[in-house]
Design a protein around this ligand. Sequence first.
Ligand code: ADP
Ligand code: MG
Length: 346
Amino acid sequence: MRLTAINPMAVTKYWLVLLGLAFLVSCSDAPQSIQFSGNTMGTTYSVTLFTKDPRHTEREIRKKVDVVLAQVNAQMSTYDPESELSRFNQHRSRQPVVISRALERVVSRALEIGQQTDGQLDITVGPLVNLWGFGPMAKPEQVPSAEQLDQVSEYVGYKKLSIENHQLIKQHPQLYVDLSTIAKGYGVDRVAFLLDDLDINQYLIEIGGEIRTRGGKPDGQPWRVAVEKPVSTERTVQQIVSMNEGALATSGDYRNFYQENGRRYSHIINPLTGEPIQHNLVSASVYADDAMSADAYATALLVMGTEQAKVFVQQQNLAAFLVLKTDDGFQQWVSPAFEPLLEKRE
Ligand code: ADP
Ligand code: MG
C-alpha cells in the first residue's frame, strides 16, 4: 500500500464538502409546526405555521397574536361600547373625529369598494341591520315597518361618511358605521403582518372562515382549504381550494339567518332596497391579495345576486367562486382567475 501525500487544496475541498453537508443537514431539519386557536370577534380563529427558528414558541406567538386581535377589536368592534368605532358611533355630531391609522385604513378601503359597487357594500347599513335583528341588538319581535325603514334610511348611505386629514366625518349625527363585513378579513391581515415581522413565512391564518396563507407547506405542497357547502344543517365541503399565497373569504346567507312566516331573513342587507337579500346566490368566495378586500368583495357579490355578481367579477377581473341554489341542487360558477385554485378531483 502506498501512501500518497495529501495536498492542502484537497484538504480544503474536503472540509468544504463536509461543511456543505453539515449545512444541508441543518437545512433539511424539519421545521417545527405550531398550531393554536382561540376566540375573537364573536367567532374563532386558528393559526398554523412552520418555522425553523427555535426561539419561536407557541406560547410567545399566541400571546402576540392575541394582543394584535385585541387591538383590532378595541378599534373596530361594534359589540364593544368602548371601542374606537363605538365611540365614533355614539358621537352624535358632525364634528370630525381624529381616528387611528388602522381604522382609517379599513374605512377608506370599505368606502372605495362601496363606490365600486354602487353602494351595495355599505358600512353605514348598521341601523338597517339592527332593525332586521342582526346587529348588537336583539332579534326583532316582528319585521320592521315601511315607516321604520324609511326613517332609518335618512342616515344610511356610504356617501354620508368621509375621511379628511385622518378625521372621520359623518354628515348626519345619527350615522352609524358597521365594519362587521370587513373586520374579520382585516384581523387576518394584521396577524399576517405580525407573522411576516417575526420572519415566519409559512402560515395559514383563519378568522371565522376568512383565510390568508403564505409560503405553502414544508413538503412543497400548497395549503388546502375547504369552501363549505352552503347548508345550515351540517358542515360539509363544497370545494377544496389550493393556495400558496393570498387570501380567501366567503360570504354566505346559509348560517346566519332567521325564519318567520315561511320567509327566510338573511343577515346581508341590500342597501338599495333596505331589505335582506333574497335570491339564489347562496355563497360567494373571493380570492385576493389581502383578506380585507376579499372579505368585502365576498359580501358585495352576495348582495348583488348571481347575474350582477358575474358581470362585476368579469369587469373587475376578480377571482371568485359562486354557489347558486337551483331546483336541481347546488350549482357552482367559477371565474377564470379563480380556476387555477380549484383542486381537481382525480
Ligand atoms: P359573515 O362572515 O357572517 O358572512 P360578512 O362578512 O358577510 O359576514 O358580513 C355580514 C355582516 O355585514 C352583517 O352581519 C352586517 O352586520 C353587515 N352587512 C350586512 N349587509 C351589508 C352590506 N350590504 N354592506 C356592508 N355590510 C353589511
Ligand atoms: Mg364579508
